[in-house]
Design a protein. Structure first.
Length: 319
């Protein structure tokens, strides 16, 4: 009797994987496209009737190229998307991309790219974590400012874990500064301050330097030690001949150490003629200030055009 009861009991149902609605629409559209193609082979005049419908379906369901940019770099990101003529946004694409460019955005995406990715999520995670990136650079034999765990009388620079646009840097001149930077300004690591002679930015794309600039002090500069846009320092790109070849070589090695396909490498030259890599920007600012505090359009910047050409060439060769 026990065996009979077991025989008539219904088998447990397997849990079905829920298919997202947008992916289900995509699959149904591709299925319908396939049916129409078969129909045109069987009936000669069916192609003329269904041609426009087939083209529309393929346009909206084919794999696409996508640029995933961060909200903090949306001005440049939107312009890159427009100029490249591809899809893009701050959120994951709603279908599988053919090729994916990550412009500083390390968010999870729903679908892996079919034809290639520029700057993987793991590489961006390492680059955005400044402590981790300095560890990787040191392991690769690249000079970085020495780390510090306490204040011992020498000037330090405190840095937050992640920062945007040159923010998140604090000059530490005393133990009191050190405590404030750590406990209230959220600095997660500290570096010895390196007396600076010059500072450069080198843009690298797949092992090739596509642009170089030098950080110069503006007329309204307010600091000699913390050098960013807010303190009146900006990069200028009309003096490439002044950028030493050693700086370009170090920048190329740094992107390789972090497994980045592209990035803007900030390199410091000390007063003792030593070079140090400060960080690598994966969504660098490409708007160059002009006199009077005004700014050019993004598309007018020399580095915007350099990235645009590099991305276009990659998209063409990756097909």
């Amino acid at each position: 009797m026990k065996l009979r009861l077991l025989a008539v009991l219904p088998k447990p149902m397997k849990s079905k994987k829920i298919v997202p609605q947008h992916l289900l629409r995509h699959r149904l559209a591709r299925l319908f496209d396939g049916l129409l193609v078969r129909l045109t082979k069987l009936i000669p005049f069916a192609w003329h009737v269904s041609k426009s419908l087939i083209i529309t379906i393929r346009k909206h369901t084919k794999h696409m190229d996508y640029l995933l940019y961060h909200a903090n770099s949306s001005v440049t990101g939107r312009q890159l998307v427009t100029q490249l003529g591809i899809h893009g946004g701050v959120e994951s694409p709603d279908r599988r991309p053919q090729r994916l460019i990550r412009w500083g955005n390390r968010s999870e995406i729903r679908f892996n790219a079919v034809g290639g990715v520029l700057n993987s999520k793991s590489a961006l995670n390492d680059a955005s974590n400044k402590g981790r990136s300095l560890e990787l650079l040191t392991a690769a034999g690249i000079n970085v400012p020495p780390a510090a765990t306490r204040f011992d009388g020498e000037l330090l620079v405190g840095r937050t874990e992640a920062h945007v646009g040159g923010s998140g840097f604090f000059l530490v001149t005393s133990q009191h500064d050190f405590d404030l930077a750590r406990d209230h300004l959220h600095c997660t690591h500290f570096m010895k301050y390196i007396p600076t002679a010059r500072e450069y930015r080198v843009h690298v794309f797949q092992g090739r330097v596509i642009g170089t600039g030098e950080k110069l002090m503006g007329d309204a500069a307010t600091s000699l030690h913390i050098r960013n846009v807010s303190t009146g320092w900006t990069f200028r790109y009309n003096n490439a001949e002044r950028i030493p070849q050693d700086v370009q070589n170090i920048a190329t090695q740094a992107t390789q150490a972090l497994n980045l396909d592209f990035g803007a490498v900030d390199v410091l030259k000390s007063v003792n003629d030593n070079f140090y890599v400060l960080e690598i920007n994966t969504a660098p600012g490409l708007v160059q200030p002009v006199e009077g505090g005004r700014r050019r359009e993004v598309t007018d910047g020399p580095m915007f055009q350099a990235y645009l050409e590099a991305f276009r060439n990659w998209l063409e060769t990756a097909r």
